[in-house]
Design a protein around this ligand. Structure first.
Ligand code: ADE
Ligand code: ZN
Length: 338
C-alpha cells in the first residue's frame, strides 16, 4: 500500500476541478474567525457548517463557508494553504475555480469589491510558483441559478482583467443544474470565447445526459462531473470522438448522494471506453478526500494499476490549458517515472 501511495505522490499531476472555497478547512475558518470576530467560532461550530445530507444542502453549506471569507487577507491565506496542500500531493499544476458570483452576491454587487481580493489571490499564486514550483490558472465560476445577469458580471470581469492577469484562463458555471441548464448562457459563452477565455461547464452532475448535450451545444470545451453520460451511448461516442476532457469527481458525487459508491462511479467504464478522463477532488474540505486519495481509491475501488494511474496523470496534463511546451515537459516526466 505504501508503494502505491508513494507512486501516486511522485506522479506529476494536474488538478483541473477544484473550488478554492471548497478547500478551506474548519480549522482555517476558526483561524479566520479569531482574526475578525468578537465571539470567534469554535471548532465544533465550524465543523457543523460542513454537514449536509444531499446536493442542495451541500450547495448551501458551500455558500455559508464562502460568506465567512471577509476580505483579501482571508482569500490570500486560503489560496496559499490550498497550494501547499496541492504541492504536498505532487500536484504540479492546478486550474482553480473561484466563485466570483458568490463574492458579488455577498457584497451587494459592489463593482469594486473583487479587484483587491483578486490581487491577494495573485500574491498567493506567485508565491507558490516561486516557493513550491506549482503553477496555477484561475477559472471564474458563476452560479448558474443566480440569473444570467449575474453570470454576465462574472464572465465580463474575467475578460476585463485577463489582459492584466494572463493567469485568468477561463470561465465556468457551477450551481444547481436542476434549476438552470446551459442554453441561457450561450451568448455569454460566445462572448467569453471571443475574449480569449477557455470554456468549462459543470454538466450532468444532478441531471441527465440531455444537460451534457446542452453544455456541448453552447461550446463548452471541458466538462465537470459528466456522471449521467453513462446512460447515453451516442453521447459517450461524441465525447470520445471529440476527445472532450472530462473533469470527474467520484468522491464528491458519492458524498452529495448522486452516486452510490466510488466502485459504482462510471470512471472505470469511461476510461475503458477511451474517453479523456481526469480525476479531481472538487471540494476536498467538504468531501474528506483529496486528489492523491482519489488516485488511491481508483486503485483500490476500481483496480487501476500503476500504468493506468500514469495514464490518468497524463490525461490531466493533456486536458489542462497549459501551453504545449509545458505539457510536453510534464508528459515526459510522467512517462519516465519508474
Ligand atoms: N460549487 C462548488 N462545488 C460544486 C459542485 N460540485 N457542483 C456545482 N457547483 C459547485
Ligand atoms: Zn465543481
Amino acid at each position: 500500500m505504501n508503494d502505491i501511495r508513494s507512486f501516486i505522490q511522485a506522479l506529476p499531476k494536474a488538478e483541473l476541478h477544484l473550488h478554492l472555497e471548497g478547500t478551506i478547512t474548519p480549522a482555517t475558518l476558526v483561524e479566520l474567525s479569531l482574526r475578525h470576530d468578537a465571539q470567534p467560532l469554535t471548532l465544533e461550530q465550524a465543523e457543523a457548517l460542513y454537514r449536509f445530507n444531499d446536493f442542495s444542502e451541500f450547495l448551501e453549506a458551500f455558500k455559508v463557508v464562502t460568506r465567512l471569507l471577509s476580505g483579501p487577507d482571508d482569500y490570500e491565506l486560503a489560496a496559499w494553504r490550498m497550494l501547499q496542500q496541492l504541492a504536498q500531493q505532487g500536484v504540479v499544476h492546478a486550474e482553480i475555480y473561484i466563485s466570483v458570483g458568490v463574492i458579488y452576491l455577498w457584497r451587494n454587487h459592489d463593482p469594486h469589491c473583487f479587484e483587491p481580493i483578486f490581487a491577494a489571490l495573485e500574491r498567493a499564486r506567485r508565491r507558490a510558483e516561486n516557493e513550491l514550483g506549482i503553477s496555477l490558472y484561475w477559472i471564474f465560476d458563476a452560479v448558474r441559478h443566480f440569473t444570467v445577469e449575474e453570470a454576465a458580471r462574472v464572465f465580463r470581469k474575467a475578460a476585463e482583467l485577463r489582459p492584466q492577469y494572463p493567469s485568468i484562463i477561463g470561465i465556468g458555471l457551477g450551481g444547481d443544474e436542476r434549476r438552470t441548464g446551459s442554453e441561457p448562457f450561450r451568448h455569454l459563452y460566445d462572448e467569453a470565447k471571443s475574449a480569449g477565455l477557455r470554456l468549462t461547464n459543470h454538466a450532468g452532475e444532478t441531471t441527465g445526459p440531455e444537460a451534457i448535450w446542452e453544455a456541448l451545444a453552447i461550446g463548452s470545451e471541458r466538462l465537470g462531473h459528466v456522471l449521467s453520460a453513462i446512460h447515453d451511448p451516442a453521447l459517450l461516442d461524441e465525447l470520445r470522438t471529440r476527445a472532450i476532457p472530462l473533469e470527474l469527481n467520484p468522491t464528491s458525487n458519492v458524498r452529495t448522494g448522486v452516486c452510490s459508491s466510488f466502485a459504482e462511479h462510471p470512471l472505470r467504464r469511461y476510461f475503458d471506453a477511451e474517453l479523456l478522463v481526469t480525476l479531481n477532488s472538487d471540494d476536498p474540505a467538504f468531501f474528506g478526500s483529496d486528489l492523491a486519495n482519489e488516485f488511491y481509491l481508483a486503485h483500490t475501488e476500481q483496480g487501476f494499476n500503476e500504468d493506468q494511474l500514469r495514464t490518468l496523470a497524463s490525461n490531466s496534463i493533456r486536458a489542462s490549458f497549459l501551453p504545449s511546451a509545458a505539457k510536453e515537459r510534464w508528459l515526459n516526466q510522467i512517462e519516465s517515472l519508474t
